[in-house]
Design a protein around this ligand. Structure first.
Ligand code: ARG
Length: 479
């Protein structure tokens, strides 16, 4: 084991302690980050003259070989406390004493902070790409459902008729906000920690600006004692992942409800419907149910990280290694959910006939009717009560509100005329809405266009995030 001296009690550790304290298993997800960071650090050491050009060439070749072997699955890392030590140990087996120069003016404390920031950055790029696709897909689907009219619910009761387009846009909005939140995470992670050392900096003439620019960070972290303990970018990432899955879960919950046999407004294709092992008739929405539940794990990761960090004083503490689940699980949890959502959305169909019937036979146009009386000069509260009386009468007689006659309407309010009573027609209700942000056609057009424009911006931002393989290739050319 490399990171032990006579002062730390000799070279070995009880294997059971090593097994418990090692982060190597989890660190396998940050091997590429570690190698890219080492290459940037090496470039700096060579430029400031702390490592000779000849040694730098040898070390660069060693790191490149590890990169290629890792990519092909040929590299086995073992026997050390973490990825940083395992890579150094492997390099020294291959290159001998020169391998010991790479860790000049570097600590695992700034190294792991760098690896995690690089990891979060690349994951945010992938997540932004997936969110751009999700927002785009929902907006396109909305454009295809402009004419579908269906009930929208409050308190799980049918409340007002809306278009399918409006409903789908309502679910794209939170995902667009999540993309904005991942862009915020990118900004939080965008400071290079390399060069603060263990906590206090170094006596050696390093230049932190070199790895900063080489690795594509826009600023340096400002205080080393803070830097090695700072996992705020990881908290922001874990929170945003949890929030995004909450939104995915709400889309899923919507489709579970709409596809349920009581509503029956949506049908699931065979490609996504699951069966029952006992009941031959079932057509279950398991994929949406799993998406609905998925956020629990992400929320658990966030809660776990908050608790790891709470109460830690400044500086590095090994507790920080327990950040790994939150940082490493969050990305795959969200990415796999977004991928499944994309497939599932392609395999749901609104049952236009049942949607139409649900609206036609209901009283969801009651608010429109009250507003028609407001246009005739009635105070809203009076109009509201008059229409309430009409609804009560229709309900007690088991008739839809649309069946109200002029005579019945005038009994509750003589201000009713033909034009006002036209608002009792149920299916035209969404088209009657004129306010911004509502379900009316002009507003929905604007919402779809805005979502498409935001999806394009999110995609452009995703493409601007540096990818580690490109970064590594570029770093290999640096002298
Ligand atoms: N494996 C450690 C971690 O993940 C690396 C830093 C170790 N630093 C130390 N001083 N023991 O946090």
């Amino acid at each position: 084991m490399i990171a032990k001296t006579a002062a730390s009690g000799g070279p070995g550790l009880d294997p059971r302690v090593l097994a418990f304290t090692s982060s190597l298993a989890a660190d396998r997800a940050i091997v590429r980050e570690d190698l890219a960071g080492s290459l940037a650090h090496l470039a700096m050491l060579a430029r400031v003259g702390l490592v000779s050009a000849e040694d730098a060439r040898e070390l660069r070749g060693g790191l490149a070989a590890l990169w290629d072997e890792w990519a092909s699955g040929a590299l086995a890392l073992s026997g050390e406390e973490d990825v940083h030590m395992a890579i150094e140990a492997e390099l020294s087996r291959r290159l001998g004493a020169v391998a010991g120069k790479l860790h000049t003016a570097r600590s695992r404390n700034d190294q792991v902070a760098l690896d995690l920031r690089l990891h979060v950055r690349e994951r945010c790029g992938a997540l932004l790409d997936a969110l751009a696709a999700a927002v785009d897909q929902l907006a396109d689907r909305a454009a295809a459902e402009r004419d579908l009219v269906l009930p929208a619910y409050t308190h799980r009761q049918r409340a007002q008729a809306v278009t399918g387009a409006y409903l789908l846009c309502s679910h794209a909005e939170p995902l667009a906000r999540d993309a904005a939140a991942f862009i915020f995470v990118l900004e939080q992670a965008d400071a290079c920690p390399l060069g603060v050392g263990a906590i206090a900096g170094t006596t050696l003439p390093i230049d932190r600006e070199i790895p900063r620019t080489l690795l594509g960070f826009s600023r340096l972290t400002e205080n080393g004692l803070d830097t090695v303990a700072d996992r705020d970018f990881a908290l922001d990432f874990a929170y945003t992942a949890a929030r995004c899955l909450l939104h995915v879960g709400r889309i899923a919950a919507e489709f579970v409800a709409l596809a349920g046999s009581d509503a029956g407004l949506v049908q699931l294709d065979g490609a996504i419907a699951c069966g029952s092992s006992l009941m031959p008739q079932k057509r279950n929405p398991d994929v949406f149910e799993l998406l609905r539940a998925r956020g629990g794990r992400a929320a658990g990761n966030l809660a776990g990280l908050l608790n790891v960090l709470a109460g830690l004083p400044s500086g590095y503490h090994r507790d920080l290694q327990e950040d790994r689940a939150a940082v490493l699980d969050s990305g795959p949890l969200v990415l796999s959910a977004l991928a499944a959502l994309a497939v599932a959305l392609d395999h749901v169909t609104f049952d236009a006939e049942r949607c139409r019937a649900a609206v036609a036979g209901s009283d969801m146009q009651a608010t429109d009717l009250a507003e028609a009386l407001v246009r005739r000069g009635r105070p809203f509260r009076e109009a509201y009560r008059a229409v309430g009386a009409l609804v009560a009468r229709c309900r007690s007689e088991g008739r839809p509100l649309a069946s109200v006659t002029m005579e019945e309407a005038r009994q509750v309010d003589p201000a009713f005329d033909t034009e006002a009573l036209a608002a009792a027609e149920p299916l035209g209700s969404p088209a009657r809405k004129v306010s911004a942000g509502g379900t009316g056609p002009a507003s929905v057009e604007q919402q779809i266009a805005s979502l498409k424009a935001r999806a394009a911006r999110i995609r452009a931002r995703a493409r601007a995030v540096p990818r580690l393989d490109e970064l590594f290739a570029r770093l290999m050319e640096v002298r």
